[in-house]
Design a protein around this ligand. Structure first.
Ligand SMILES: Cc1cc2nc3c(=O)[nH]c(=O)nc-3n(C[C@H](O)[C@H](O)[C@H](O)COP(=O)(O)OP(=O)(O)OC[C@H]3O[C@@H](n4cnc5c(N)ncnc54)[C@H](O)[C@@H]3O)c2cc1C
Length: 327
């Protein structure tokens, strides 16, 4: 269901095409609503992004954000079953009994959702303003107008975007603090002598490491993704990524006990707002008077499933209000 309306104007504009934004968009499109989604990223994923690198002449992918997801809610389980049937998700028992990954990369589920929608990648919403009964969204070189705006970006970014047009929603988002996470992506020309494909710790400098190349749908050279703990990430927060990569690689060999090996490829990425301390509540907020709402993992739980449920809750709140106002 792809809608190409008059460029720049739509009934509902969603800022943020991560799991929460696209979950809202999918639910609204299924209910017959016309939507445009803007996302500043060059491609799909948000915090479920995947990155490509060439190692020894081979193209390999790294899931440098979310590592896997669980599916406990019945509605989310249905969505995951549909992704599995479409070949964009698969179970990954190495991470747990109910652990799933996107295939061939973590962003595959978001990508599949986006293909059925009108998503404009590489478009950053810079300002949201009320102009009479219409919202105006400025994006650098163009602007959009919409009757309803839904904001599905990390809490700290939502707080900035909404400070003037929707101060109450902005204050709610501003009350959230997210932990940062440095992620290292390393490729090796031989398998590392580490038996398990995953490592996790609540206390050490490395909170998580995974043999990325062992996830379903991946192949090729041995690759690992290493996540620093929130405390270690804060300690290293302003260092250059090249230095962080070396420090965390050393941490990784120390905590796993494996003999240090020189990587063929090593890069690092800093997630400033990786994992929010989620607020309790209904999972989303919609201001029917102003026709503006917010969704995101911070309104439900700091997980892929939480983001999906939050987006769906926002769509439901909006649709229920529409029914109430017309009856
Ligand atoms: C390192 C790391 C590890 C994680 N591990 C796990 C895990 O193992 N399991 C799990 O379930 N969850 C994990 N998570 C959490 C999970 O990734 C998130 O809960 C979920 O992806 C959040 O989805 P979202 O849509 O709320 O936000 P996001 O994915 O952040 O999406 C927001 C989108 O908004 C866009 N955006 C932001 N500002 C603007 C703007 N001004 N204009 C336009 N677009 C904008 C961004 O580009 C982004 O695509 C992890 C996250 C990180 C970072």
């Amino acid at each position: 269901m792809r809608w190409r309306g008059m460029d720049g104007h739509c009934d509902i504009l969603i800022i943020g095409g991560g799991m929460a934004g696209l979950s809202a968009a999918t639910a609204l499109a299924t209910a017959g609503q016309r939507i445009i989604v803007l996302d500043k990223g060059r491609g799909p994923g948000g915090r479920m992004a995947a990155r490509r690198a060439e190692i020894g002449g081979e193209q390999v992918g790294f899931d440098h954000g979310a590592q896997y997801f669980t599916a406990r809610d019945p509605a989310f389980r249905e969505a995951v079953a549909a992704w599995e049937a479409a070949g964009v998700a698969a179970p990954w028992p190495a991470a747990g009994k109910d652990a799933w990954v996107g295939t061939p990369g973590m962003n595959a589920c978001v990508k599949a959702m986006a293909e059925a929608l009108d998503v404009r990648w590489g478009v950053r919403a810079e300002r949201v303003e009320r102009n009479g009964a219409i919202w105006r969204i400025a994006t650098g070189d163009q602007s959009f107008t919409a009757v309803t705006v839904l904001v599905a970006v990390p809490a700290e970014q939502a707080a900035v975007l909404l400070a003037e047009p929707a101060p109450e929603l902005a204050a709610l988002a501003a009350s959230v603090t997210s932990a940062p996470c440095w992620a290292v992506m390393a490729g090796f020309n031989a398998g590392l002598p580490i038996a398990a494909d995953t490592y996790r710790s609540e206390t050490g400098p490395v909170s998580w490491a995974a043999r990325n190349s062992a996830k379903p749908g991946r192949s090729g050279v041995e690759t690992w993704v290493i996540h620093a703990s929130p405390a270690r990430s804060r300690e290293l927060i302003d260092l250059p990524k090249e230095d962080v990569a070396q420090i965390l690689l050393a941490d990784f060999f120390a905590v796993t006990g494996a003999a240090p090996a020189a990587p063929q490829h090593c890069d690092a990425h800093r997630w400033l707002y990786a994992l929010p301390q989620a607020l309790s509540g209904d999972g989303a907020r919609f201001d029917a008077g102003l026709r503006i709402g917010i969704a995101g993992d911070y309104l439900h739980s700091p997980r892929v499933e939480g983001a999906w449920l939050s987006g769906r809750a926002l769509a439901q709140a909006m649709l229920q209000e529409r029914v109430a106002s017309t009856s």
